[in-house]
Structures are given as structure tokens and as C-alpha cells.
Design a protein around this ligand. Structure first.
Ligand code: SF4
Length: 392
């Protein structure tokens, strides 16, 4: 079982962000945790034989058999800013979820990730998170340039990133991922190479690199529309993406997905489950669930979600059932965006005159995998593979 919990609260909105968040000075943490746990109970009422999260098993981890509920393989608290939850409520949430999945084998076998902003990572918080069961932290670093962080409306400075990594390691959390954003407007004169070097100097186990995209109704979209910021630049995007591949490879990191690189095999097991098409359950506002065929998602606004659960109504907003053709196309995208790749025998038209000749893919051990150049052109590549005549 792969479980995602969406924590929607943030202290302010970053200039590029259109996620489903609720900006709050004071987090209604107790109410939030109660509501998420109530949603889990509600989901289980429609599935007989499942465990009420209020039923704490005596003996703790791995105890409480007699249930058909699978154990948790991964738990991911994303947002929003999950690190804003006060420690007692975060701890109660994780403990209740683990008790609700008593077949979870042990804290060591579970990958429990917390997304955190650097300013929330103090030595005390880091120790308390570890004690609550968190063993992986995804840190929203974004840049090591204070000017750039201010432009992004981030609430931390560059120095906080190193301090946060230090605090996490001091608490025994070594599995640390750093998020960085690239392809920022030229006028910022952001030194991407310097940011990569500073991130690598912290020796994170994992890096997630996202190209800036302009979403409607964000401050960034408004700045661009009135000429205060330049629009996205494909050449800059490609150059910075390729530079990241070069620097990370030299430092021993391996891109196992289009935007994610790890060293020593420390991939995100949770996200890998998404990319391999496995089913997952999401709780909280805007959370998505997938059962292998249908994708469902919750109401995205915290208030609407809260009111629905409080009234005993399902907070599900909608669902889509994939046709066999959509499932096949999605499978192709997922395989190509990871280094799994596809069987060459399934795509016999790939050859010197096609994607291989263009350097978009390489063929090894009978599998076709994207190169960095190919990942930059994933849509065109999928189009070429599904309509072979389009490439020649
Ligand atoms: S902290 Fe994350 S979720 Fe919150 S506004 Fe910034 S980018 Fe969006």
C-alpha cells in the first residue's frame, strides 16, 4: 500500500505556485488531522473488514492481525507544507495511520517521507519527526541565491538549507532529497551551475529538479503579462537541464526519472510506485487515488473538503476511468520517463534513421531508454513511437 497525505497549509504563496494550498498564519492542525482520519474511516466503511484508525493495536508495530488491510510500503506527507504541522499533531497523524495499517512490517521497512521547508527544520523538530517514524525528508531548497529566493517569495534564505540538512543528519535522518527549480527568467541572472554545486556539496541522497512553468493566476503569470518578467525560454530550459545531467553524473548521481536523480540507489520508493503504474491511496484535500484503472481526486479547497467530511459526505470531487488505449499510452509515458524504458521488440521501427540516430534514446540489453536529449523531447518521442512514420 502506498499512502499519500496532502497537507494543504502554507505561510504564504510562492510566486510560481498554483498548488491547492490554504495560506494560514495559524494552522488548524488538530482539526486537520481529525478530518483526514475521518476520511480514512469513511473510505473503509465502504470496504468491509477494514480497520478503524482509532483502534490502536496493543503491542504496536506489526501487531493487530486478523485484518485484510495490507501493510504500508510507503507513506508520503506532501503539500502544501507538512513541516508546518506542530509535532504533536504530526506524530498523532503518523501513529494513527500506522495503527490503521497494522500489517506494516516495521518502521525500518516503511519509507516515510515528509516534505519540509528549510525554515521549519530545527534540531528539535528533526528529532521529533524521526521519533514519529519519518525516515526521509524532501527539502524545498529551490535555490542557494537569496535574491532568487526572495523573487520566488520563499520564506527561507540560502543559509537555512545547509542548517536544515545538518539538523536532519544530526537527528539520524540521512535520506534527504533537495528540490531545485531551474530555467528561471534571464533577468534574474541566476547562476544555475553554482546552485548545482552548492546542492551537491551537501551530499543529498536524492535531487528533484523542476523546470519553472508558468501557471495561470500566479504572481509569476501576472508579472509576465505586464512585462515585469520574461516568459519561459526553451533554450535556457534545455541548456540548464543538460548541465544538471552533466554535473550530477560527474558527482555519482543517476537520473532514474526525467526529473529525479539519486546516488547509491536511494530512489524515492513512493514516487517510483506512481511511475510504475501501481495503485495508491490519497487522503486530504486535492489528494489523488488510483486503483490501476480509475483515478479519483478529492475537493481541492481545504474548507470544501473539511465541510464534506464533517457532514459525512465523500470529499471525492471526481474520477476518470482510463480506456484501454489511454492506459497503454500512459504506460508508455511512464516507462519512458523512467530509466525502465520499453522493450525494443515492441518498437521495431527504432533505428539509425529514427530516435536512436537522433540521440533521443539508447538501446541496451533489448530495452530502449531515453537519453537526457530524449527526455527534453518526450512528447515528440512518444508521438514518434506510436506513429512511426512521424519520425522519418
Ligand atoms: S511552499 Fe510549496 S506548496 Fe506552499 S506555496 Fe510554496 S511552492 Fe506552493
Amino acid at each position: 500500500m502506498h499512502l499519500y497525505i496532502h497537507v494543504p497549509f502554507c505561510v504564504r504563496r510562492c510566486s510560481y505556485c498554483d498548488f491547492s494550498i490554504a495560506v494560514r498564519k495559524r494552522i488548524p492542525a488538530e482539526e486537520y488531522v481529525n478530518t483526514v482520519l475521518a476520511e480514512l474511516v469513511m473510505q473503509r466503511r465502504s470496504s468491509p473488514g477494514r480497520v478503524d484508525p482509532g483502534a490502536v493495536p496493543r503491542g504496536g508495530w506489526g501487531v493487530g492481525g486478523g485484518t485484510s488491510e495490507p501493510g504500508l510500503d510507503t507513506l508520503y506527507l506532501g503539500g502544501g507544507t507538512p513541516s508546518l504541522l506542530p509535532v504533536p499533531e504530526l506524530s498523532r497523524l503518523i501513529t494513527s495511520l500506522l495503527h490503521a495499517f497494522p500489517s506494516t512490517p516495521s518502521p525500518l521497512a516503511l519509507e516515510a517521507t515528509l516534505e519540509a521547508n528549510p525554515e521549519d527544520v530545527t534540531p528539535e523538530n528533526a528529532r521529533a519527526w524521526r521519533d514519529a517514524g519519518v525516515n526521509r525528508v524532501s527539502l524545498g531548497a529551490q535555490s542557494f541565491d537569496d535574491r532568487v529566493l526572495a523573487w520566488m517569495h520563499r520564506s527561507h534564505d540560502a543559509a537555512r538549507i545547509g542548517a536544515a540538512v545538518h539538523a536532519l543528519r544530526g537527528a539520524g535522518i540521512d535520506n534527504i532529497s533537495l528540490d531545485l527549480i531551474f530555467a528561471l527568467p534571464a533577468e534574474l541572472q541566476r547562476d544555475w551551475g553554482r546552485d548545482l554545486d552548492l546542492a551537491l556539496a551537501l551530499l543529498p541522497s536524492h535531487l528533484s529538479l523542476y523546470g519553472l512553468t508558468v501557471e495561470e493566476r500566479t504572481p509569476l503569470a501576472r508579472w509576465i503579462s505586464r512585462g515585469a518578467a520574461s516568459p519561459p525560454d526553451d533554450e535556457r530550459y534545455a541548456a540548464e537541464y543538460l548541465l544538471a545531467h552533466e554535473r550530477l553524473a560527474a558527482a555519482g548521481y543517476h537520473f532514474y526519472e526525467i526529473s529525479n536523480a539519486a546516488r547509491d540507489g536511494q530512489r524515492s520508493r513512493h514516487n517510483s510506485a506512481y511511475w510504475s503504474g501501481r495503485s495508491y491511496v490519497g487522503l486530504g484535500p486535492a489528494a489523488h487515488s488510483f486503483d490501476g484503472r480509475a483515478r479519483r481526486w478529492n475537493l481541492s479547497a481545504w474548507e470544501a473538503y473539511r465541510r464534506a467530511v464533517l457532514a459525512g459526505r465523500s470529499p471525492m470531487e471526481s474520477e476518470e476511468v482510463l480506456t484501454p488505449e489511454q492506459q497503454e499510452l500512459e504506460r508508455l509515458y511512464l516507462l519512458l520517463r523512467t530509466n525502465e524504458g520499453v522493450f525494443q521488440s515492441d518498437y521495431p521501427t527504432i533505428g539509425p534513421s529514427g530516435a536512436v540516430g537522433r540521440g533521443w534514446v539508447e538501446v541496451r540489453d533489448g530495452r530502449v531508454r531515453c537519453t537526457a536529449e530524449g527526455w527534453l523531447r518526450l512528447d515528440a518521442l512518444v508521438h514518434a513511437l506510436t506513429r512511426p512514420t512521424a519520425i522519418s
